[in-house]
Write a protein that binds this ligand. Structure first.
Ligand SMILES: [Zn+2]
Length: 280
């Protein structure tokens, strides 16, 4: 009986790991299966779990660097830059986004980000544009949890700019270490279209318990305004179709209308990041 219970617990653990890895990285679950098969062939006398994990790490790294990029290109997606280059100051907010392969997008998205960074650099020397989640490498319609969209390579989330100690705009010193969930709160008199709507089925998480734990940051209004206005102006030539931003920030940044929209009260808040998508 004990053996049966252990076997069920083990199977459930493996299933959970497969689901989690797939939700986080798309192909991580498949790599785990390959690693498990590899460990069975390898047949280490002891520590089969350690052997499986070591194989998983090695296979995942090799796949991420050598296998996934060319395969993703067949489907029309490429990795966004993981390091800064001379060409464009575009980077992930956190290397985790690259490590988890959540940084794939169409070439048009990469081109748009490079043009945005180029424009902002001319106004704010030394500025860097930082992205968060984009899409997974493969398959149209494969969701990127917990997002409702981000399933076709046409969407990317960007951090806001915050003032550093010298008052310069930084895309990296966000309140939250992962870029998401450190919300700018509406001020007195600001629009609050979702106030009092306590829906059960919603992705509009306030994560109130986390907010007091995060450091205070000051939005760099000029740089954020320049970014949003670029999307609503020059960005249209790069295919910008929609930009999601909370109404209180639209008002504060004096940017509204056109491609700038409010996502509604069922989707995630957009006052910790900005969501941009381009036309098909
Ligand atoms: Zn988004």
């Amino acid at each position: 009986m004990l053996r049966f219970t252990m076997a069920v617990a083990k199977a459930l653990g493996v299933l959970l790991a497969l689901i989690l890895l797939t939700a986080l990285t798309q192909f991580g679950g498949v790599v785990l299966i390959l690693a498990w098969l590899g460990a069975r062939i390898w047949r280490p006398r002891r520590r089969r779990l350690a052997a499986t994990l070591a194989l998983f790490g090695a296979l995942y790294a090799i796949a991420s660097i050598l296998v996934v990029p060319p395969l993703a290109a067949l489907g029309g997606r490429q990795p966004l830059p993981c390091t800064l280059s001379d060409e464009a100051p575009v980077r992930p907010h956190n290397l985790l986004y690259c490590a988890l392969n959540r940084h794939y997008a169409t070439p048009s998205v990469a081109e748009m980000l490079a043009a945005l960074a180029d424009d902002l650099s001319s106004r704010f020397p030394g500025i860097q544009v930082a992205y968060l989640d984009a899409s997974f490498p493969f398959f149209e319609g494969f969701p990127l949890p917990p997002h409702l969209s981000h399933d076709d390579g046409r969407k990317v989330d960007l951090t806001f700019f915050y003032a550093d100690a010298a008052g310069r705009p930084s895309a990296v010193i966000t309140p939250s270490p992962i870029g998401y969930w450190g919300f700018e709160q509406p001020r007195t008199g600001d629009p609050r279209p979702c106030a009092g709507q306590d829906r059960l089925l919603t992705l509009r998480w306030d994560i109130s318990w986390l907010q007091p734990l995060l450091p205070d940051r000051t939005l760099h209004l000029d740089a954020n305004r320049a970014m949003i206005r670029w999307f609503a102006g020059a960005g249209l030539h790069f295919g910008v179709e929609r930009l999601l931003l909370e109404p209180h920030l639209q008002q504060r940044l004096q940017t509204a209308g056109g491609v700038i929209r409010f996502q509604g009260c069922r989707a995630a808040r957009h006052d910790d990041h900005v969501h941009v998508q381009i036309r098909p």
